[in-house]
Design a protein around this ligand. Sequence first.
Ligand SMILES: C[S@@+](CC[C@H](N)C(=O)[O-])C[C@H]1O[C@@H](n2cnc3c(N)ncnc32)[C@H](O)[C@@H]1O
Length: 241
Amino acid sequence: MLNWYAPQARRELLTYRHYIEVGEYQYKDLLKIILSRSARSARLTTHFDLDFPKEPQTEPYECYKHSRICYPVQEAFKFLSRYSKNTLNRISAFAKKRTNAHVSIHHADSRTLEFPPLDGVITSPPYVGLIDYHEQHTYAYNLLELKDRRSEEIGPAAKGVSKKARQQYQEGITRVFRNTMTAMPIGARLIVVAGDRHNLYDGIAEALDVEVEGIVKRHVVRRTGRRSSEFYESIFVWRKT
Ligand SMILES: C[S@@+](CC[C@H](N)C(=O)[O-])C[C@H]1O[C@@H](n2cnc3c(N)ncnc32)[C@H](O)[C@@H]1O
């Protein structure tokens, strides 16, 4: 992964990480998020292919996004600085809204995680055969030294969209909701945002025996990069029966 960075950018990211490790900071997790966002922006990628770059872009290139010659980024400091200020602003804005609700984050497989009692679920599950999340965020897994759980990803791009892959996806997502529903009372809602191009969610709702309260189509228009075309997502509103 190190060849995804120009030498100066790499030095700056590793120096920042070093200070997170040795420094006595109260909010190290927050600093890691700033590091991860900066590492994403400082990769040697073209501006028009931030999601699925195949190999590092080391030379100036014809940029489809900006219609001019662009240069691959050489440094990370400007991102570390920009995202530090931006993160502070976001935290100040959030501080005005936050309640004292308890929040906990688990890096785990939702099919088997033991959930605490839930009033409801709002989620955006993975797509079928479109994205390899670990692969797309390799830089973050490396930099943050997170455990690699790629074999637990549901619907990875690597498995494609064959009939078998779609069936495995349906089974996987059904298991996730069955598991979360054990922690929910009857009548509680599951709100699921999904790009259901392969029409798999009617079958999932049926297998779960939920009441379908509504299906809202969401027009997704704000996209960056090459996948800038518009598309529709569905928001499924289900109730546990
Ligand atoms: C469409 S993304 C939504 C991400 C998240 N809602 C957000 O807004 O950042 C789907 C997510 O599901 C995760 N995922 C895939 N398989 C999973 C599994 N078995 N258990 C838990 N999460 C999984 C992927 O890694 C990815 O982060």
